[in-house]
Design a protein around this ligand. Sequence first.
Ligand code: SF4
Ligand code: SF4
Length: 384
Amino acid sequence: MTRAAILVATVMLGVSGLPSPCRAQGSPGQGRPGGGPAAMDPSAALQMPFEQFARARGVSADRLARALAIPEDEDLSQPLSVILRKHGLSRNDVQAAMAKANPVAAEAAHKNWAKIRLKFVLWGLVFLVAMVLLATRPITKPLRAAMLAASVVIFGVWLGVEPNAPGTVKDALVLYGQEGVIFPPRVVAFIGFMLMSILGNKVFCGWGCHFGTLQDLLWQVPTRKYKVPFRLSNVMRFGFLAAIALGALVFATDILEPIDPFRIFSFSAIAAVAIGVAAVLLVLSLWVYRPWCTLLCPFGAVSWVGERISLWRPRVNHKTCIDCKACERACPTQSMAGLRAGARLAQDCFACGACMKACPVQAIQWGLKPPADRPAEDAEGVET
Ligand code: SF4
Ligand code: SF4
């Protein structure tokens, strides 16, 4: 998150360094040490042509003028102070307009960076703990339930809705569609999420995502379970991702926001529709494994692609496997069936560990490579 910190620092300097017309007229020479356009003498900044002032802060003059409601026919080559005085504008107006005219700065300005950093550190920790647990011991139901509950409380209830993995995909598309810009910290976050998927299937989703773990927790309630055919669920998920992309890039609209079930963790801004959608998904989770993740989640779709090259995953020893299919029955999705069959497009594996626990002959391991005692000829062309 170093880059994010740098961005925030730049934004803070850029915004707080805007000159006040009054201050500049009465007290010249109050520039900050450190140089750069954001740190220049306020009175010097006020004497700058408006367009040069905007350019020095990475904003187009037209855009800044629009944000300040300055008429289109205004001559922007005049000094900033002249234009501000003429239109009765204050320092606060300029600060607000800078944030509006620079969408990346505006995006950064309302983030709680300390919380975001903490969340990613804890996610990294959960990822490591889950990887070690999967590789070293059978995951019992009480252990799994305790870890899921802890994730819901820590990442959802305590640390809140933002950031979340589907948000990195959706918000990136929406910001690009609406403003034509990419928010660098979001790219870093997305790479982090994808890296976890490439390292260990959906370990992040399975153990750390707040809405994913909440659904999983409800799925632990003993009820009759149903599996949605994978082709159908994946077509729905990619269809929804395409709709989000179309809404964002063609119509500059965020179609997910009003129904985003993650908003149940943003207790201050809960919309009735989002609560309704979340409630339906959570009730459905009693019978269907993670309906949001498998049917709709944009990150679920994208990370499924990343899983095609994941390094750690359940590895089946076909030499010792007795073909009882206990693992397939224990698997909450059709992932294990696909993995055993060597399907290249197997369903997402949420790294729950149920297959390994269910196998009566310990033929499945969470590993980097197929088990050592597996005949080399079996390993050819079969990625399990
Ligand atoms: S697939 Fe599920 S667990 Fe993964 S990011 Fe989406 S909501 Fe979270
Ligand atoms: S039971 Fe299914 S989802 Fe869970 S680890 Fe095994 S293959 Fe993955």
